[in-house]
Design a binder for this molecule. Structure first.
Ligand code: ADP
Ligand code: ASP
Ligand code: MG
Length: 423
């Protein structure tokens, strides 16, 4: 008898039929003798629809009210799922994030979990019930307001609860059979991976592979908690996210484990920046003061004749308008010529632990991009990742080309997308 935490994503509970299908799976796990805690997301595209609705009322809703609105999506799911389980003759009790003891900081829309006190969940389990928890939400320790953990945050709720309850495993049920060598929606020839290490998955998640929320992987690594990502539509074995690839595992020979892509970033170029000590510090301090996260930065060599240089950096599109405003405010003081804003960029990242010991990865990658007619605009690397920025319209072509160049294409199509709109 074990303790399992299962998380079902929005596409798995998109309608009443989906709820019933998932309820049957949960009951089967319970009947197999396990204690079961379930984390559930909002149905289908509910979260996106609630955001659209809010934007019809006001372009900039306050964080507090937006979080209050969005958490309603998960509350609908948890109650319906509890009813569906009850119909199958088992007791299920639903809990909001706050009732489940998910305590966060007060950063609305991207709150961090600071503590998990799942007393009521433990109590429900001890009394033989299945506990259903609304994903993606918590309560601020300071303000006592309802918070959300950022898009895709139900994964993090599940892993945090699994760690706090010392569960044996955290199962993430989604609309594909596991973690693939690339997004199956873009690369139909993607291969399912047997295992991915925490480090590789952190890089993939940070590079836009939304199959797992970045924070959930950070959490799992910290507690060394295995995650099993699999489909709620089949009983196929999925992908295990673990500390190390097992001996003789699928990754032993592979240089590249996965390719991620991201269309959510924009690029700002500050043109004609005086090349003096302290200028870059001044610019990025202003950006940091506004709590804006930046990703890649490129500074060109300054032209000898003018002593001026250009600095480009990437950031989430959602922060673009704010960042431009902040830079305009310091333009006089810093003395640069102008700002260019470009939101038609895409980011393509190769991730693989094997990169450490194999020279020539960059050369193969860049040759593939050139053959595919993809122009590289920016580059950044880590020990196990290479990322480039290109035109957004070239991105899908680039992902497919890189996948083929690193011999990742499967002989037979195995990547099935069972549900979801990919929104
Ligand atoms: P859920 O609603 O279950 O949380 P998400 O839409 O958040 O599901 O995540 C699953 C989706 O992640 C898949 O449908 C797929 O399009 C996308 N995805 C991106 N990269 C990968 C990858 N490397 N492997 C599998 N899925 C990926
Ligand atoms: N419903 C939230 C979202 O769409 C959280 C989640 O699905 O993980 O982002
Ligand atoms: Mg998700």
């Amino acid at each position: 008898m074990g303790l399992i935490v299962q998380k079902y994503g929005g596409s798995s509970v998109a309608d009443a039929a989906g709820m019933k299908r998932v309820a049957a799976r949960i009951v089967a796990s319970k009947r197999a003798g396990n204690k079961v805690v379930v984390v559930v997301s909002a149905m289908g595209d509910t979260t996106d629809e609630l955001i659209d609705l809010a934007n019809q009322i006001t372009p900039i809703p306050t964080g507090r009210e937006l979080d209050m609105l969005l958490t309603a999506g998960e509350r609908i799911s948890m109650a319906l799922l509890a009813m569906a389980i009850s119909n199958l003759g088992h007791e299920a009790r639903s809990f909001t994030g706050s009732q489940a003891g998910v305590i966060t900081d007060s950063a609305h829309g991207r709150a961090r979990i600071i503590d998990v006190t799942p007393g009521r969940i433990q109590e429900a389990l001890d009394e033989g019930a299945i506990a259903i928890v609304a994903g993606f939400q918590g309560i601020s320790q300071d303000t006592k307001d309802v918070t959300t953990l950022g898009r895709g945050g139900s994964d993090t709720t599940a892993v945090a609860l699994a760690a706090a309850l010392e569960a044996d495993v955290c199962e993430i049920y989604t609309d594909v059979d596991g973690i693939f060598s690339a997004d199956p929606r873009v690369v139909p020839a993607a291969r399912k991976l047997k295992t991915v290490t925490y480090d590789e998955m952190l890089e993939l998640a940070a590079s836009g592979a939304k199959v797992l929320h970045l924070r959930c992987v950070e959490y799992a690594r910290r507690y060394d908690l295995p995650i099993h990502v699999r489909s709620s539509f089949t009983t196929n074995e999925g992908t295990w996210v673990v500390k190390d690839h097992p001996e003789g595992g699928n990754m032993e020979q592979a240089i590249i484990s996965g390719i991620a892509h991201d269309k959510t970033e924009a690029k700002i170029t500050i043109v004609g920046v005086p090349d003096r000590t302290g200028v870059a510090a001044r610019i990025f301090q202003a950006i940091a003061d506004a709590d804006i996260n930046i990703d890649m930065i490129v500074q060109n060599v300054s032209a000898a004749a003018t002593g001026l240089t250009d600095i480009s950096f990437t950031l989430p599109k959602a922060e673009g308008a704010n960042a431009s405003k902040i830079l305009q405010a310091i333009q006089g003081e810093v003395g640069f010529a102008s700002i260019q804003y470009d939101d038609q960029i895409g980011k393509l990242s190769l991730v693989g632990a094997g990169m450490r010991s194999h020279p020539g990865v960059t050369a193969t990658f860049f040759a593939a991009m050139s053959d595919a007619g993809v122009n590289i605009e920016m580059i950044s690397t880590s020990e196990i990742r290479i990322s480039i920025i290109c035109r957004e319209s070239d991105l899908d072509r680039g992902v497919k080309a890189a996948h083929t160049a690193f011999e990742l294409d499967a002989d037979q199509i195995e990547a099935v997308v069972y549900g979801g709109t990919g929104r």
